[in-house]
Design a binder for this molecule. Structure first.
Ligand code: THU
Length: 156
């Protein structure tokens, strides 16, 4: 039977390269801009571009729940896919509240598909850093690892 497996890494934030630690700090800072009156779950995302620029955003909810947007896609919306800069990495972080544990934050399925769209468009891998409030980071060097059997324009 065919099987699928992939590699990921898990380490304390302090062991990551300085530029990634700064990216994670940007994601943590971005949490403060979350509008999450319904879930009370504040998520921050930060994108590192090839020119060194950082784009940051947070989740923005809506009384009509499906109209809300996750931090990851809010950050991606700030990026111009037609521009010359590529996305090197994306970091995500959440603020703990009662009821949340201490697991690294794992992006939802729609966000994985959106990150992958950017990766496929630019033709270069996007590393994804998923952070826990306590500073433990789970990461993959290639966003496609997070979404096997993804939908793509090849079907259209
Ligand atoms: N959320 C994110 O922003 N990113 C994720 O990776 C998971 C979930 C948001 C959406 C919603 O505002 C809240 O967290 C609860 O689902």
């Amino acid at each position: 039977m065919p099987q699928f497996s992939f590699s990921f890494e898990r380490c304390p934030v302090a062991q990551l390269p300085a530029e990634i630690q700064m990216l994670i700090q940007a994601a943590e800072t971005a949490r403060a801009t979350a509008y999450a009156p319904y879930s009370h779950f504040k998520v921050g995302a930060a994108i590192l571009l090839s020119d060194g620029t950082t784009l940051r955003a947070a989740n923005q909810e809506n009384a009509s729940f499906p109209a809300g947007i996750c931090a990851e896609r809010a950050a991606l919306a700030k990026h111009n896919l037609n521009g010359s800069e590529t996305i090197l990495a994306l970091a995500i972080s959440y603020l703990p509240h009662s009821g949340t544990g201490n697991q690294p934050l794992s992006p939802c399925g729609i966000c994985r598909q959106s990150i992958l769209e950017a990766q496929l468009h630019q033709g270069r891998p996007i590393a994804v850093y998923m952070c826990s409030p306590a500073g433990e980071v789970l990461y993959v060097k290639d966003a496609s690892l997070l979404l096997p059997f993804h939908f793509s324009s090849a079907f259209l």
